[in-house]
Ligand binder design. Structure first.
Ligand code: TXA
Ligand code: MG
Length: 324
């Protein structure tokens, strides 16, 4: 595996049906030619992902949408115009060019225009869109640096296009539309519910009923999990008092501007000293990778206030800490 910043090298491999890791503003993606059955099946293999979990298609600009989607509703157009390039993935009726292999037999394709200069330049040079799931093995934490990708998949892919640390650090928000064209959030991500509602007030979180099959398998409970158990608590200060740092239990803390002296003697990763949610979002997965490498007994973190990016962060923490 080589690290490179040369998009021509990446393009040549992609044209040869190889799988290449690419940077985006959210997390690194494991990219392949969306029109090639061979390339797409290689992505599933490398990621060890079940074939029932569909892939996001990445395009270089909104005018490429007609190639991958058979129709774009008024509200989908509105959101695309507002948020692309950016961390919004839209579920749209698929075109004939997009295979069942890409969508896992769904009539809908997930599509977005990523906001990263290297990947945009790469997509604009290619004759085909790219499928790109997050560049981690199935159920492990999404990578936000080239080094994370190398840890996860370095032995399985020929090239990582190194675009530096991902600016957002959380996956894209996945949005579908109900029969009345009202947006439904299937996966919380870097774009918040509040930001979507500012454009279309009717936007709601998709509520899965018991009888329904999950339309977005990424909502599976266990996801993004580090190997070290993650404990999410209501009050970190209180947890620290009840589990004094000087005792023999070695644990780590993902801190969000918490008082330093109370954590003395513990392994601390600071998400944001200034309690800034954007900064914490961009650092969460790096914190999980870093603490996970330290052989700790567990990692403790406090729930965020459940709004804006705090809602997304809580969703990721819930999945990362799920016992299932
Ligand atoms: O930010 C991101 O979205 C990153 C970067 C690389 O673009 N990609 C990413 O891909 O997170 P992945 O495969 O790890 O997550 C894709 C999510 C999953 O929850 C998947 O189930 C859902 O999107 N998805 C993909 N295609 C779908 C479809 N046709 N219908 C419903 N859900 C779909
Ligand atoms: Mg993923």
């Amino acid at each position: 595996m080589i690290l490179s910043t040369d998009i021509n090298e990446a393009a040549a491999l992609l044209r040869a049906n190889e799988v290449v890791a690419i940077p985006t503003e959210t997390v690194y993606g494991l990219a392949a030619n969306a029109y090639s059955a061979e390339a797409v099946s290689r992505v599933y293999e490398v990621k060890e992902r079940p074939k029932t979990n569909p892939l996001i298609v990445h395009i270089g600009s909104v005018d490429k949408l007609a190639a991958v989607a058979s129709s774009v509703s008024p509200n989908a157009q509105k959101l695309a115009a507002h948020f692309w390039p950016g961390p919004l993935t839209l579920l749209l009726p698929k075109s004939a060019r997009i295979s069942d292999q890409v969508t896992a037999h769904s009539p809908f394709v997930a599509v977005r225009v990523p906001d990263h200069p290297l990947s945009l330049a790469l997509l604009q040079q290619l004759e085909f869109p790219l499928v790109a799931p997050s560049a981690n093995r199935y159920t492990s934490v999404s990578p936000t640096t080239a080094a994370h990708v190398a840890t996860n998949l370095g032995d399985r892919i020929p090239l990582i296009l190194d675009g530096g640390p991902c600016r957002k650090g959380l996956e894209s928000t996945v949005v579908g539309f109900d029969a009345d064209d009202q947006p439904q959030v299937y996966r919380l991500g870097a774009i918040t519910l509040e930001e979507l509602q500012a454009i279309i007030p009717e936007t709601a979180l998709f509520k899965q009923t018991d009888t329904e099959v999950s339309p977005s398998p990424g909502m599976a409970k266990k996801h993004y999990a580090p190997t070290t158990p993650l404990k999410v608590v209501d009050q970190l200060e209180r947890f620290l008092v009840e589990h004094p740092p000087l005792q023999s239990v070695a644990y780590g803390v993902l801190s969000f501007g918490h008082e330093k002296t109370a954590m003395k003697g513990l392994t601390v990763y600071e998400l944001s000293a200034q309690k800034n949610l954007e900064e914490a979002s961009s650092r969460l997965y790096d914190g999980l990778y870093e603490l996970d490498a330290k052989g700790l007994q567990f990692i403790v973190v406090e729930w965020f206030e459940n709004q804006r990016l705090g809602r997304t962060l809580n969703d990721k923490l819930k999945r990362a800490s799920s016992a299932l």
